[in-house]
Ligand binder design. Structure first.
Ligand SMILES: [Zn+2]
Length: 360
């Protein structure tokens, strides 16, 4: 990536009272999308900073006769608000949705785009998404819903009593933190209550050039954050839409650390001007790429050493803390907490990979 410092800022906060969406459903609520025009007619739809890990960003490419959307959110309110924004910006319909990977926060909204734009809508993703959207994303939502159904009542009770699971007393700050955790869980449950899992009706395997919305759009497959990551590359505009292969904080829980690191080497060699990531703000230089690359490097090195020394997974998770990478990667407390919560999963993937036990 190289930075030209170009910033065609068209920051548009979506305010209240959006127009009714095409389904005819009145849209009283608003969704706080931040729309940023990174090249003429190419918009990043960014989640607000505080909730940026809760649901995904999108990219919107507006052509004369059609609109291309990259990634759809899990929360129906987010999807409907973005469709309303597109409807206010152009008369052209969304003709193509591209999914960067199978995670539900990037694909569950496919069903709403299908409802609104009908069977003519194409949804394209890597070939593995045909299986992974219904099976892996579906399983994830079902398991998490069941987990919350069991855990939340007890968590509310502990909060009311002001006592942690281990019997220690909560401070007022602890209680506030627990309340925030429960609020996030409730938001997730509300957004995923009626989740539908509509995968692509068109696929590609390694590389595909499209000519859509008056643009050249390249799809390039990598295995990194998941086994079916797509980087969407607009060569004429120098815009890369990377999904979670390169986003605000790497989540490795479903990832392939070594090929992920190789994928970042490929991105580094591309003449990228702007990157629209799956989560977090637009990047215009290599800072984040270098940080994620360095983190993966350290993760792979330490997990490989742990596996070679015969450490169990539990020992590896206990000893590999990568604190300096947390501090380098996390731009705020929200990201630092996300790093802490997911590091064990990252160590597990790298440890399994080092033992040649990572399933595809
Ligand atoms: Zn993801």
């Amino acid at each position: 990536m190289r930075s030209t410092g170009r910033l065609m800022a068209a920051m548009v906060m979506l305010a209240a009272s959006l127009a009714p969406v095409a389904t005819g459903q009145a849209q009283e609520d608003s969704y706080p999308w931040v729309m940023e025009e990174v090249a003429p007619g190419v918009f990043a739809a960014l989640q607000p900073s505080e909730t940026r890990f809760g649901d995904s960003n999108s990219a919107v490419i507006i052509g004369l006769n059609e609109v291309v959307v990259i990634d759809s959110q899990a929360d129906p309110a987010a999807v409907r608000a973005l469709i309303a924004w597109i409807g206010a910006a152009t008369d052209a319909p969304v003709g193509l949705v591209i999914n960067t990977h199978w995670h539900g926060d990037h694909t569950q909204g496919n069903a709403i785009y299908r409802d609104v734009y009908g069977d003519d809508l194409e949804i394209i993703g890597h070939a593995s998404l045909v299986e992974d959207v219904p099976e892996r994303a579906g399983a994830f939502v079902r398991e998490r819903t069941a987990y919350f159904a069991t855990e939340l009542p007890a968590a509310y009770q502990r909060l009311e009593q002001g006592v942690f699971r281990d019997g220690s007393t909560m401070t007022e700050a602890d209680k506030e933190e627990q309340q925030a955790v429960l609020a996030r869980a409730e938001l997730w449950l509300a957004a995923n209550r009626d989740a539908r899992f509509v995968g692509p009706n068109r696929t590609y395997s390694s590389r595909q050039r499209l000519r859509r919305a008056g643009r050249t759009i390249d799809l390039v497959h990598y295995a990194g954050h998941t086994r079916g990551d797509t980087v969407v590359w607009l060569p004429e505009e120098g815009v890369a839409i990377t999904g979670d292969l390169l986003d605000d904080l790497p989540y490795v829980g479903h990832g392939y650390p070594t090929s992920w690191r190789t994928a970042l080497d490929s991105l580094r060699d591309m003449p990228i001007v702007s990157t629209i990531p799956g989560h977090g703000p637009v990047f215009r230089d290599d800072t984040k790429l270098n940080a994620v690359h360095g983190f993966l490097d350290a993760l792979i090195t330490q997990a490989t050493a742990a596996a070679a020394a015969g450490q169990t997974l539990e020992d590896a998770i206990a000893t590999i803390t990568l604190e300096s990478w947390r501090d380098r990667l996390a731009s705020d407390d929200i990201a630092a907490r996300f790093f802490e919560q997911s590091l064990g999963e990252a160590v597990e993937r790298a440890w399994l990979e080092a033992r040649d036990e990572l399933e595809q």
